[in-house]
Design a protein around this ligand. Sequence first.
Ligand SMILES: Cc1ncc(COP(=O)(O)O)c(C=O)c1O
Length: 488
Amino acid sequence: MSPLTFPTTADSRENIFEALKALKKDDIPWKSGKVMAYIYKTIPEAHALSDEAYNLYLTENGLDPTQFPSLLILEREVVAMVADLLQGGTEAVGNCTSGGTESVILAVKTARDRARKLYPQITEPEIIIPETAHPCFHKAGHYLNVKVKMTPVDPVTFKANVQAMEAAITDQTIMIAGSTPSYTHGVIDDIEAIAALAQSRGLLCHVDACVGGMFLPFAKMLGYPIPNFDFSVPGVTSMSCDLHKYGYVPKGCSTILYKNKDLRQYQMFSCSAWPGYTIVNPTVLSSKTGAPMAAAWSTFKFLGVDGYKTAVKDCMDARDVVLDVLKEIPELDLLGFPEMSMIAFNSNSEALSVFELAERMKMKGWHIQAQLKSSVCDAGIHLSISHFNAEHMPALMAALKESVEELKAEAASKAPDPILAMLNPQMIQGLMANFQPEMLDQLEQILGSDDKGVPDNFVAINNILNTLEPAQRDTLLVAFMNKMFSVG
Ligand SMILES: Cc1ncc(COP(=O)(O)O)c(C=O)c1O
């Protein structure tokens, strides 16, 4: 670690804020609206209101709702409003969590603890997910000691292959799941088929609507052809729905919902085996700020159905601009069909690397997300279009066309990159065969990094990662993270 020591003297408020603002200067410039991932924003008035509501409840502690009944009311009402959108009827219950990952972890915990109680013969519980499901299911499996079985998706539509899911069911299976939509391609799994399968085999069925839960209901109201995906579908037992994505609430806000209270009882945790205060928590966190719930409650009321419908319509129009322009770029192929404003495409040309395309776009001020090759599809580009991005789509597409033309023109005369020539796939495989975390130092010397330990050359890094198997990638990434948080 760095030689930094704890401050011995008090600093002024002015200096502190100056330093904080200076720290931000290398962050991705999201306020431009040209960042197509990470940030979800709608109109400035809603943003300002949610920030204010957030600050109003920043200090209140959700640890004990009996002492902060306002937080109990906010949580109940936020959950009820989301359950209403997702057709939960009068029976649905739920809680606010810190994010989609926590919501999914809780859904898996609930399934595991329910099986422990009702089906003690299940000793090695497993869940089945399509390979496009978000890694938070794997994180849940990792934390909770539940096996995660991935099943293939259709190679053209990228929707879950429900027959493959059925074939994967064993007497240890406790839950199956689908995504509405999957992050990668914006594709909605066939929830009616997945839930019917679950019901016919007596299994729980989780719908991961972290991305779509606050978007698809409004898209449906607007008349877009959105398949049934919520609690109206027989067999759906739980849903995760993030509010800090298309709900346009600040970070730290998701919901986990259950069809009824009976199911939710397995989510709870209580511990009275100590001499201190009573611990009984519905979610993973114990002490937690009330800020995200206050922000969600206020944003819902401020925007209402009409505000969200406007946001969804603008995002869908923006999606259509992208779909039209992609048809005009022969080197780029759309991946699947995005049923909402999350889009993926890849390159069919040797002369056009998607990693270089992402980098070239960055030089022009646009941040588009590179995706590595997987068992599902080749490396590609992902765009998440949220409301405040929508107006920038024509300019984004002009920059994309220009970048493709530039890279194609340069490809003809470009000398091979000496770094990539040195770090060829054979050499990388050789390194990985005897990988030691210290090797990252050598790699960093070759690839370069800034004074904060953040790599300079993402094209080379993505190219390296792209040649590796997922397990090898994870080894490298874990070592990298461990290193990056040890310097500075
Ligand atoms: C479909 C889906 N589920 C779950 C998550 C996890 O959400 P979070 O990053 O809020 O933990 C994401 C994140 O993008 C997602 O796209």
